[in-house]
Design a protein around this ligand. Structure first.
Ligand code: NAD
Length: 501
């Protein structure tokens, strides 16, 4: 090959790689962070460029203010745009690998900081991040016809502001990064104040590894000491294009009032209905494993059971045989007094129960002590018979204690399930082999997740078919979040050409 040809080929290869955003080469060699750009005087228009100020360097995503975090995330978004799909893929790979590798250590620091849930399940949740869908999820939609071809592509927004719960801080954050960055965005987190330190540890580790491999320093940012003020600043920031909120009713309401588009993964209170056609052993085992998982902190976790009266004893017998412990009426009353504060109704209104935070996500041993009962160590779940209006039924109590309510008919079971779900439209579960009952409950409850004949986590691909996310967008309707949730659909039309037959 002549020297001229060799030079030409080298130039062509370099140009092609350049056009591809150099994605292929970024996976091994970090490119230097962009040089600080000179600070320009603002002209007052809303299209402001990032400053790439030195203050953003060396933080690896952990910032004191929302403004800095958003500016760094905007810069990272632009870098990711340049580096292309290969860099998105690398980020997905890194987050999944580090979550698994650090599952034990990070599970421990989250458990020590929040003091809720179960250490073994905190570790297990981090080992599951590999099941969260990433880059491969996004496939453009193409049309071809007499007038040419049209392509609809799923393109990024920019910076996503994300709020994470105390109940699974690092798992939610990790799954969110996979989804959000796979779609080409960057993200700024305002974590729950009681689970923010562990979140910052994970964010820093992710960014350090991502920087080493791609040269992007702040693709996932976090506000080190989150507060309501930092939440407001994050929502208001000009770079924040979209919000993802995972939490209870207050934060969902707050996000919806910001004026920004909000994807809300809100609260649930999942009912279970058990009829007389199901296998009681299978139902009992499923209820125990779903409700006991992480001491019932999961929003999808079984929170109350309605069972046909003539099979209730059999179901409870199977629950006892499979490791759950039944509380009698006086034990249940003692636990209820300790676990809830009942405020009397005002002006003829109903009394209202508030869950005592000291019991949320605590082990069965803590609940048993309040109920004044000795239980074998390692007991997964407590249960007891209640009426349908009991606080354990009506409140999203997040404790390893499940109330069992007898019902006289399928209709009553479905009606009470619907009432206790409070229109969150989150999750419902049925144990039945009767398709008419299953269909009737599915239609009546109208929930985002509906699980039949299995534990609730089966709805997130854990023992059932499907994929995983720790953010299930319920009131806003996006469902189990995935990369496509964080995209803008853009259409590109070629008129009369490129249809190739
Ligand atoms: P939480 O509502 O107390 O807190 C969630 C997040 O919102 C935290 O970051 C918190 O700091 C913030 N926050 C709370 N009130 C706020 C307000 N008024 N303004 C701004 N920010 C506010 O919830 P939690 O105890 O951390 O988590 C449990 C709740 O989250 C349960 O209701 C559960 O069902 C829900 N959850 C839902 C999903 C889902 O995918 N749908 C997943 C996990 C948890």
């Amino acid at each position: 090959m002549s020297a001229v040809n060799e030079t030409l080929i080298r130039d062509v290869v370099a140009e092609v790689l350049g056009r591809l955003g150099n994605g292929a080469t970024t996976t091994t060699k970090p490119s230097p962070a962009p040089a600080p750009a000179p600070k320009s005087d603002s002209c007052g228009c809303s299209v402001r460029k990032t400053s790439a100020a030195p203050a953003l360097r060396g933080k690896f995503g952990v910032f004191t203010t929302a403004e800095e975090a958003c500016e760094a995330a905007q810069e990272a978004f632009l870098q990711l745009k340049e580096k292309g799909v290969a860099a998105r893929r690398k980020i997905e790979e890194i987050v999944k690998a580090l979550a698994e590798k650090n599952a034990e250590q990070w599970g421990k620091i989250e458990f020590e900081e929040t003091k809720i849930g179960r250490l073994d399940h905190k570790i297990a949740k981090l080992g599951l991040i590999k099941l969260v869908p990433g880059v491969d999820w996004l496939r453009p939609d193409a049309r071809s016809g007499d007038h040419g071809i049209t392509l609809e592509e799923f393109t990024p927004f920019g910076v996503v502001g994300a709020i994470t719960p105390s109940t699974h801080s690092i798992p939610t954050l990790s799954g969110n990064i996979v989804n959000i960055c796979a779609a080409g965005n960057s993200v700024v987190f305002n974590a729950h104040p009681s689970a923010a330190k562990c979140a910052a540890v994970a964010v820093r580790a992710y960014n350090e590894a991502i920087y080493r491999e791609t040269g992007i320093e702040n693709i996932a940012c976090i506000i080190e000491k989150p507060s309501l003020d930092s939440f407001n600043a994050l929502c208001k920031n000009e770079f924040t294009r979209l919000l993802l909120v995972t939490g209870g009713p207050m934060v969902v309401k707050a996000a919806m009032q910001t004026g920004k588009r909000a994807i809300c993964a809100g609260p649930g209170n999942p009912p279970v209905f058990v009829d007389d056609t199901c296998c009681p052993t299978r139902a009992a085992k499923a209820i125990i494993s779903g409700a006991a998982f992480d001491n019932n902190l999961l929003c999808i976790g079984e929170k109350q059971v309605f069972v046909l009266d003539h099979v209730a004893d059999k179901l409870m017998q199977r629950m006892s045989e499979n490791g759950a412990v039944k509380l009698n009426a006086s034990q249940l009353e003692k636990l209820t007094k300790a676990a809830f504060t009942i405020t009397p109704g005002q002006g003829g209104g109903c009394a209202h129960a508030h869950t005592n935070k000291d019991f949320i996500g605590k082990d069965t041993s803590v609940l048993a002590q309040a109920a004044d009962i000795n239980i074998p160590s390692g007991t997964q779940l407590l249960f007891g018979e209640t009426d349908a209006m009991h606080p354990f039924v009506q409140e999203e109590q997040m404790m390893p204690m499940i109330p069992i309510v007898r019902v006289k008919s399928v209709e009553e079971g479905i009606a009470l399930s619907l009432q206790s779900e409070h229109n969150y439209k989150h999750t419902a579960i049925i144990h039945s082999h009767d398709v008419e009952n299953i269909t009737a409950m599915a239609r009546a409850l109208d929930t985002t997740l509906f699980v039949k004949n299995g534990p609730s986590p089966a709805g997130l691909g854990l023992g059932g078919e499907g994929y995983l996310s720790f953010s299930i967008a319920t009131p806003t309707g996006e469902g189990i979040t995935n990369p496509r949730t964080f995209t803008r659909v853009r259409r590109c039309v070629m008129v009369d050409n490129l249809r190739i037959y």
